[in-house]
Design a protein around this ligand. Structure first.
Ligand code: ZN
Ligand code: ZN
Length: 325
């Protein structure tokens, strides 16, 4: 990290506790719980209503374009930024890319950067054991217990009163003033994320109806879809999928989520080798996040990328039978 004069000036003196990187500190207040509930249920209802509505008054190419573009901006912000870069350090990034990834990930409306990273580091530390914030195996191995666990891993865990201590799990991010600011301005990024589609839709069509349908598809439906795909990594990818690699948890590779999850559903490899910049390491495993990281590297924005090595991958394979596969 480069220490420009501004950074040094804004850093608190040694000995003074660093301010929290999320508004409201490390605990979750009731206002935040209600907001969270709204942000989860409203887009989800929009998603549920989307299909019948599409037959009713249609969806324009503009709406679909906004949905796809905003979806993949936020999704890659999470997968490349929040996950592979900030959580696991799979590569190093020049300052402008570092800030851009923090903002892009915030547009996914999945909570402030520092909280996301702290939760996810705790997930890797305890994966599928006591202490994991979102294991689907939390309640046991029977079918009813797994169903309850899947619900917990998908959504329930976010309402848990117990918060991952940010200073313990993400001190590197908390001490960066710019990242702390991006993290604290989560409400602003949420507003930007939700308002860009209707703004574009309104300006292009010059009609309120155009703005409204762009808001419905580009904002609500898009956020709901992205939420459920991201959470599916926590729930589905820890319950089913192929496990060709050695990991001490139940993480699996789920092929049908690869395109929508920007390559994150090759989750078994990820738990076997968490700092690897590519998750889809086997032949034919699509990983758009890895492709973009490669482009960032070629452009000189990313460096010291931890690309997979054949020997490292082979060492993590299960048994001889898997090696032949
Ligand atoms: Zn996992
Ligand atoms: Zn991870």
């Amino acid at each position: 990290m480069t220490a420009d004069p501004q950074t040094v000036e804004e850093s608190p003196r040694p000995g003074t506790p660093l301010p929290s990187a999320t508004l409201g500190g490390d605990s979750k207040g009731s206002v935040e719980q209600i907001t969270l509930l709204l942000f989860i249920t409203v887009p989800f209802l929009a998603l549920a209503a989307a299909v019948p509505l599409a037959w009713g008054w249609g969806v324009s190419w503009l709406d679909l374009g906004l949905l796809v573009v905003m979806y993949y901006v936020g999704c890659h912000g999470i997968t490349i930024g929040f996950h592979r870069y900030f959580t696991h350090g799979a590569f190093k990034a020049k300052r402008p890319l570092r800030i851009a990834l923090a903002i892009m990930g915030s547009l996914a409306v999945e909570g402030p950067l520092v909280r996301w990273v702290a939760d996810h580091r705790r997930h890797h530390k305890f994966s599928d054991a006591e202490g994991d914030p979102h294991s689907p195996w939390r309640y046991g191995e029977t079918v009813p217990a797994l169903l309850k666990g899947l619900w917990w891993a998908h959504i329930g865990w976010m309402f848990d009163e117990e918060q991952t201590p940010q200073h313990k799990y993400a001190p590197d991010l908390v001490k960066d003033p710019a990242l702390r600011a991006v993290s604290r301005q989560f409400v602003l990024w949420t507003a930007v994320s939700l308002l860009v589609p209707p703004l574009v839709g309104g300006l292009v069509t010059l009609e309120w109806a155009g703005a409204l349908s762009a808001f419905f598809w580009g904002s609500l439906v898009r956020v709901a879809l992205l939420h459920h795909v991201t959470w599916s990594i926590n729930s589905i990818c820890h319950a089913v999928g192929k496990r060709p690699f050695k990991s001490r948890d139940r993480s699996g590779n789920v092929w049908w989520l690869a395109v929508l999850s920007c390559g994150e559903s090759w989750h078994n490899l990820h738990h076997a080798d968490p700092t690897c910049a590519r998750h889809g390491v086997l032949r034919g495993q699509l990983d758009s996040s890895a492709r973009l990281i490669r482009w960032f590297e070629k452009a000189g924005w990313a460096y010291d990328v931890r690309w997979p090595h054949a020997s490292r991958i082979d060492a993590r394979r299960k048994g001889k039978a898997a090696q032949a596969a």
